[in-house]
Design a protein around this ligand. Structure first.
Ligand SMILES: NC(=O)c1ccc[n+]([C@@H]2O[C@H](COP(=O)([O-])OP(=O)(O)OC[C@H]3O[C@@H](n4cnc5c(N)ncnc54)[C@H](O)[C@@H]3O)[C@@H](O)[C@H]2O)c1
Length: 254
């Protein structure tokens, strides 16, 4: 299915992993996508790969941004508006992480980085695009949480569980506040997905053991998560707001 008219879409963290698949899904659907990442080379590589594959020059453009900083987010949003138009869809998927530590061993800097990138960053990106969506009286926002938000992170630390749980409340609050403007805000909570970060944060044995804990018996493919982001931004999801969609192979059933 494709968009009836191409929309301007921001995907944060679009430089790799699941968010890079989200970029491809929206481009395939006919939209224009701003690929936003802290690491500009990653964003550029994803945007260039899209250009090479497709016949739509300009369908994806790279932007560097640290979602933890308002100055950086507001400058990015202004550049996107100037070069691609007012954002109609925002997918907040960026977020950093550190290897697992016990809470009493976690440093203040680790806590701040993870909470600021996974939670405050969503608030700042929403703050930057909401006025344009309010003017249009329409918009879709999809915020990435995790199965950790439904229970407790097993491969990552307390700061990740806390940040991702905060995303559920932030999303519900925004959904209530902006419903009058027909701006729909939802959480997408993926389970373990076969991307670079999982290999970086787990030992070989743990990486092999994870699928045994998932009722469907395997990792998600990033495209399976991207398909749900696409659905939440589609006309088919026009009566869903403030919800959390668990896409986790049954690892947590709530
Ligand atoms: N991979 C999984 O199994 C899994 C499971 C549950 C939830 N998630 C969530 O899905 C999202 C994507 O995870 P992933 O593992 O596919 O990708 P990832 O963790 O590799 O991150 C994607 C991109 O985010 C960027 N990023 C990090 N901090 C940033 C910042 N401050 N500003 C801008 N960009 C920043 C990174 O540079 C990276 O390119 C994250 O929100 C993650 O918490 C992932």
């Amino acid at each position: 299915m494709s968009s009836p008219t191409p929309r301007t879409v921001i995907v944060t963290g679009g430089g790799r992993g699941i968010p890079a698949s989200v970029v491809q899904r929206f481009v395939d659907g006919g939209d224009r996508v701003a690929v936003v990442d802290l690491v500009m080379e990653r964003a550029r590589a994803v945007a260039e790969a899209v250009q090479r594959r497709g016949d739509r020059p300009g369908a994806a453009m790279a932007f560097s941004c640290d979602v933890r900083s308002w100055d950086s987010v507001s400058a990015m949003a202004e550049s996107v508006r100037a070069s691609m138009g007012t954002p109609e869809v925002l997918v907040n998927a960026a977020g950093s992480y550190f290897a697992y530590k016990m809470p009493h061993e976690t440093t203040e800097a680790e806590w701040d980085s993870v909470v600021d990138s996974n939670l405050k960053g969503i608030f700042l990106c929403c703050k930057a695009v909401l006025p344009g969506m309010m003017e249009a009286r329409s918009g879709r926002i999809i915020n990435f949480a995790s199965n950790a938000a439904r229970s407790v992170a097993t491969a990552l630390g307390v700061e990740y569980t806390a940040a991702k749980t905060g995303v559920l409340g932030l999303t519900r609050h925004l959904a209530r506040e902006y419903a009058d403007y027909n701006i729909l805000v939802n959480t997408l909570a993926p389970g373990p997905t076969d991307v670079e970060r999982v290999k970086e944060t787990t030992s070989e044995d743990f990486y092999a053991a994870i699928p045994k804990t998932i009722p469907l018996g395997r990792y998600a493919r990033p495209e399976e998560i991207a398909a749900v982001a696409w659905f939440l931004a589609s006309p088919d999801a026009s009566f869903i707001t403030g919800a959390t969609l668990d896409v986790n192979g049954g690892i947590i059933m709530v």
